[in-house]
Design a protein around this ligand. Structure first.
Ligand code: XIL
Length: 319
């Protein structure tokens, strides 16, 4: 059968997966399917700040470089994830802010250096960077993170400018969950993007994570939402798609799941500047869902033994 990536090529779309580096090292079947099916990869964890700067001033890109090498060997593009987030920060950073040994001036310098060092390290090898991740909360207010508290909202424009200076060729993205449809949160992103772009800030993409749950139903107006960002001249991308369900899975749930995947893929295909569709892991064997959402899982395209699920077949038939 034709792999997903070949079908996506014909649509000028990158089809991607998040990659778990432990699975990539240890599991040959995982490696084989990751290479065969996908034309884009995202590091599930190894490009996050805690991974690349475990001690202050000491960078470790070993794992991230291994993913970039894998992608290069398999003619895959790489999404960079992520530069500024409130989670998975290094312990030295969180502790330093908490005890006051890192003040606001110092924190701004640390953020600048992190973005500059990281983006330069991968210069020319990353096609899309998630510059800021999850900066709004579900009330559509800027998230009350250390970044907002210490630096104020200007950290957002700064992050994009610094990333652009370090690699002018990478497309720079906002990224968040619960932004699939038109809602208060996605509208906050739309307004922010419009304002930043009017100020000349290099914001070029809206990343829509796409962590869905079959019990909530499919979000409304997904295509309209993509189109309004596209109308600003921005790219859009689904960056972390998975569709979870209460376990155990059954045929009815798997059918609803397949339908949700189909509608996301179709929305992306329908909108001109929707450039990539990435799943947050492609197999239930290594999914983050059961560890975080109690009693839920079975969120991916392949099951725990790498058999294709209805969602896979549906995505293939939609491409
Ligand atoms: C998750 C990973 O999948 C887990 O392995 C890790 O323990 C926590 O982070 N939104 C994001 C991703 O932007 O980085 C998160 O990834 C999932 C939610």
């Amino acid at each position: 059968d034709t792999p997903l990536r070949a079908l996506a090529d014909r649509q000028d779309l990158r089809i991607g997966t998040a990659v778990d580096m432990n699975a990539l090292a240890d599991d040959e079947q995982y490696r084989t399917i990751a290479a065969r099916e996908f034309s884009s990869v995202t590091a599930e964890n190894v490009m996050k700040w805690e991974a690349v700067e475990p001690q202050q001033g000491v960078n470790d890109f070993t794992q991230a470089d291994a993913l970039v090498d894998f992608a290069h060997r398999n003619k895959q593009a790489v999404r960079g994830h992520t530069l500024v987030w409130h989670n998975q920060l290094p312990a030295w950073l969180t502790a330093g802010v908490a005890d006051g040994s890192i003040d606001a001036t110092e924190l701004r310098r640390i953020l600048h250096d992190h973005i500059t060092t990281t983006v330069k390290h991968f210069k020319g090898k990353i096609y899309q960077w998630d510059v800021v991740n999850e900066i709004f909360d579900d009330n559509a207010q800027l998230r009350d993170s250390i970044w907002l508290q210490q630096l104020g909202p200007s950290y957002i424009a700064d992050a994009f400018r610094w990333a652009h200076a370090a690699d002018p060729g990478a497309k720079l993205f906002l990224n968040d969950y619960n932004t699939e449809g038109v809602n208060a949160k996605s509208t906050a992103y739309y307004e922010l993007a419009k304002e930043l772009r009017a100020q000349g800030v290099p914001v070029q993409g809206m990343g829509i994570q796409g962590h869905l749950d079959i019990q909530y139903g499919f979000p409304g107006d997904v295509q309209d939402n993509l189109e309004r960002f596209s109308a600003l001249g921005m790219q859009t991308a689904f960056t972390e798609v998975d569709v979870r369900m209460d376990l155990p899975a059954d045929d009815a749930k798997l059918t609803r799941q397949a339908d949700d995947y189909r509608r996301l893929v179709q929305a992306c295909l329908n909108v001109r500047r929707c450039t990539s569709f990435t799943v947050w892991g492609y197999t239930d064997k290594y999914s983050w869902i059961p560890g975080v959402f109690t009693g839920q899982g079975a969120a991916n395209l392949f099951d725990e033994v790498f058999a294709v699920k209805p969602a896979y077949t549906t995505v293939r038939d939609t491409l």
